[in-house]
Design a binder for this molecule. Structure first.
Ligand code: BG6
Length: 369
């Protein structure tokens, strides 16, 4: 039921604080993470893991890409992200020290299901991150960590995405505790940061009107680029995907560091570019590199829309628009920065008179290979 909202998507975007909070619920205790669903899996098995391969498609794969930064930092295990359909058909190297984590909102995506079956048949252990109780992928896995985003009806994924990142972060902290790579004090700091996310997403949602207005002004745009670095990179990819899916606009996301290796050739006067700006408090070096990127594209006439934390004044002289997100530690910024991009795509599609819940040619769950 839409419950008074104009679309399921708008409702689901607004439910993101709850989606994160409910996914955390019962898994954080006194500053430490315990995921009861992993008990059956066993700490010894988690201690023996040498490598994690994430398999997923679409938005779910971008959630995996965000979590790679956190899991590698916290648990010191290499993490690679594979599109399920690419993984399955290239004879990947697998053994019992490889953990395959599948991510799927529906739990029915055939490409991802086949990847999980293949991984287990070839000796790997499989954990699934899933939003749908009783679906097929969890049944075919050794363990499941459910996201508690509630039913997601709109085809384009929003609240499931933030819940997937949350579940993966919880997994990363659980793994770090079991492997002893983070101290109790460090775990407590991360737990506190994660618990603060729902209120911060709510703050971002309060500024929706500015993004909506921008989307309406840009309703005739034919191409939009997205740049991001570090955890902002997958958010750039997700921002572009949302715009393609919903508004049928050509959109591409790039790692900001790649700009000079090719994409800068695309910049011509008037080209809109969203830039996800990392916090200067997290890394002054990354921040200044991204600000330089903004200067480079601005000098070539790009129309820059920066997503930057509150108080970051360095972007002001070069950005045409600045969308603000609350202060957060760098690893938690993606959960905030994605929200204006979701709203932008949804409102631009609405301004074009399109159905945001049922975009053309797409299905909510793709049960064929
Ligand atoms: C696509 C959907 O077909 O499948 C995307 O349009 C989704 O929104 C992707 O991210 C993966 O789906 P699932 O259910 O496996 O997360």
């Amino acid at each position: 039921e839409k419950g008074g909202w104009p679309s399921f998507m708008k409702k689901e975007v607004s439910e993101q604080p709850e989606a994160v909070a409910k996914t955390i619920l019962g898994r954080l205790h006194d500053g430490s993470v315990v995921i009861p669903e992993l008990e059956a899996f066993g700490d010894t098995a988690l201690q023996g893991i040498r490598r994690i391969t994430v398999v997923a498609c679409g938005t779910a794969a971008y959630a995996g890409l965000v979590a790679k930064y956190a899991i590698e930092k916290w648990a010191r295990v290499p993490v690679e992200i594979e599109l399920s359909h690419e993984f399955r058909y290239r004879e990947p190297v697998l053994d019992d020290t490889t953990l395959v984590i599948s991510i799927s909102q529906s739990g029915e995506t055939m490409d991802t299901l086949m990847a999980v079956k293949y991984a287990r048949a070839n000796g790997a252990k499989a954990i699934s991150i899933c939003n749908t109780q009783g679906s097929t992928i969890p049944r075919e896995s050794d363990a499941v960590i459910y996201t508690h985003a509630g039913p997601e009806v709109a085809v384009a994924s929003t609240k499931a995405f933030v819940a997937q990142i949350t579940a993966l972060y919880l997994f990363g902290l659980h793994l770090a505790r079991v492997r002893g790579t983070l101290s109790a004090a460090e775990l407590a700091v991360e737990a506190e940061q994660l618990q603060a996310v729902p209120d911060k997403i709510a703050e971002v949602l309060e500024q929706a009107e500015k993004v909506e207005q921008l989307a309406r002004w840009m309703a005739d745009t034919r191409s939009v680029l997205f740049l991001g670095r570090h955890v902002g990179f997958p958010i750039a990819l997700e921002g572009a995907l949302k715009l393609k899916e919903l508004a049928y606009i050509h959109a591409e996301g790039f790692a900001a560091g790649e700009l000079k290796h090719g994409p800068i050739a695309l910049i011509e006067p008037g080209q809109p570019v969203f830039v996800v700006v990392p916090s200067p408090r997290g890394s002054a070096e990354l921040h200044s590199k991204v600000v330089s990127n903004i200067q480079e594209i601005r000098a070539r006439g790009a129309r820059v829309i920066a997503i930057a934390e509150v108080g970051d004044a360095a972007v002001l002289p070069f950005a045409d628009e600045v969308l603000r997100i609350p202060l957060a530690a760098p690893l938690y910024e993606p959960l905030l920065a994605v929200v204006p991009l979701q709203i932008f795509a949804m409102e631009l599609a609405t301004a074009k008179g399109l159905d945001v819940d049922q975009p053309r040619n797409l299905a909510k769950s793709v049960t064929v290979e």
